[in-house]
Design a protein around this ligand. Structure first.
Ligand SMILES: [Zn+2]
Length: 325
C-alpha cells in the first residue's frame, strides 16, 4: 500500500510526501488516532516508501525486492512489534536491537499500540532515540499518546489522523468493497469517519441482522397496543446482546432517517425508500426528536455506567412507545 491508495489525511499525506522527497523523514514518527482511523495503513505505507530501494520521489516502486516482500509478510528490514498480551516488553525489543545497528540500507521498526510498552522498553527505546543510528526509523502507532512518556513524545514527530468525511468513507466502500451507494452511505454514517471501522462493518456477517433488529424495534413501536409482556421480553432480549451499544446507534440513525423524511418528505433521504410507509402517520417529527434524545440518553447510560441494562432498555421502550401516535 502506498499513500496513493489511502484515503483522506491530506495534511499527513502532504507533510510525509514532502519529507520523503527531501529525504528528511524524522527518525521517530508517531501516528495517533482512535482504533480504525488508519494508523497502521499509513505507518506501513511510510515504511514501504522508506524501505523501497528504487523509490522516486515519495512513491515506492512496487517492484524491488522490498516492495514485493510487503505483499508477503514484509521485508527483513521491517521490524514489526505489537504487544504480547497486555504489554510490549523489553525482551521483544532486545531480540531485534542488534539489527538496528547494522550498516547499510534503511531499516524501519513499526510499533503498534506503543503506549503498551513497559517502562524498561520505553527506556531502551529512548536510549536508541537519543543517538539514532543512520537509516533507522521508528514508526509508533497509538490511540493514547498521553500514556507515552514525555521523553519519548518529545523525540517524535507527531501526526494525528483526522476522521474522514462521510463522502470519502462511502467512496472507499464503493471502490474497495464494491458496495452499492445506499449501503455505503449508511455504513459511512455509522463509522464516524473511521475507515477501519467502515471496512469492518462492510465485512460483518451480522450487520443485516442488526439492522433488521433496529428496524423491528421501530415497527413494533408503531404498532398500537403492543402487549406489555412482548415489550418486556423484547427489552430482555436486547439487553442481553453484546452488541447493544451498536444496536442503539442503529436505532438512533433509523429514527434520524425517519425525522429527515417527515420533515423533508424526500424519499431519497431514506436509506431504504420502502421505509417511507413506516413513518407516515405513525409518529410526529416532535415525537421522533424526543425518541432520538431518549435513545441517546440510554446509550450513554449503557456505555458509561453500570446501569442495569434490562431496566434501562425497558424504560426506553416504554417511553419510546408513548412517542408514537
Ligand atoms: Zn520498491
Amino acid at each position: 500500500m502506498s499513500f496513493k491508495e489511502l484515503y483522506g489525511q491530506e495534511g499527513l499525506r502532504h507533510t510525509l510526501t514532502g519529507k520523503l522527497i527531501a529525504g528528511r523523514v524524522s527518525h521517530a514518527v508517531l501516528l495517533c488516532g482512535p482504533p480504525g482511523s488508519g494508523k497502521k495503513s499509513w505507518g506501513l505505507a511510510l515504511a514501504r516508501a522508506l524501505l523501497c530501494s528504487r523509490r522516486e520521489g515519495a512513491a515506492p516502486c512496487g517492484e524491488c525486492a522490498s516492495c514485493r516482500q510487503f505483499q508477503t509478510g514484509g521485508p527483513p528490514a521491517l521490524f514489526h512489534l505489537r504487544p504480547q498480551g497486555r504489554r510490549l516488553g523489553i525482551d521483544q525489543l532486545r531480540r531485534i536491537r542488534g539489527k538496528f545497528y547494522l550498516e547499510g540500507d534503511n531499516r524501519v521498526c513499526l510499533i503498534e499500540e506503543a503506549e503498551k510498552m513497559t517502562a524498561e522498553a520505553c527506556a531502551s527505546l529512548l536510549k536508541i532515540l537519543e543517538e539514532p543510528p543512520r537509516g533507522l526509523y521508528f514508526i509508533l502507532l497509538t490511540a493514547r499518546p498521553q500514556q507515552l512518556p514525555a521523553t519519548i513524545l518529545s523525540r517524535c514527530q507527531r501526526f494525528t489522523l483526522q476522521p474522514l468525511s462521510g463522502a470519502a468513507i462511502a467512496g472507499l466502500l464503493m471502490e474497495k468493497e464494491g458496495l452499492a451507494p445506499e449501503r455505503a452511505q449508511l455504513l459511512s454514517r455509522l463509522s464516524k469517519g473511521l475507515p477501519g471501522l467502515a471496512l469492518k462493518l462492510a465485512g460483518s456477517e451480522i450487520f443485516e441482522e442488526q439492522r433488521e433488529k433496529a428496524a423491528g424495534v421501530i415497527s413494533r413501536m408503531a404498532k398500537k397496543n403492543q402487549p406489555a409482556r412482548e415489550l418486556l421480553s423484547q427489552a430482555e432480549e436486547l439487553a442481553a446482546r453484546e452488541d447493544l451499544p451498536f444496536l442503539l446507534e442503529l436505532l438512533y440513525l433509523t429514527c434520524r432517517d425517519g425525522l429527515l423524511f417527515l420533515l423533508c418528505r424526500n424519499e431519497a433521504l431514506l436509506v431504504n425508500p420502502m421505509e417511507a410507509g413506516r413513518w407516515t402517520g405513525t409518529v410526529s417529527p416532535a415525537g421522533l426528536e424526543e425518541a432520538m434524545l431518549l435513545i441517546q440518553r440510554t446509550a450513554q447510560q449503557v456505555n458509561t455506567t453500570n446501569v442495569n441494562r434490562r431496566l434501562a432498555i425497558e424504560a426506553m421502550l416504554l417511553q419510546l412507545q408513548r412517542r408514537f401516535l
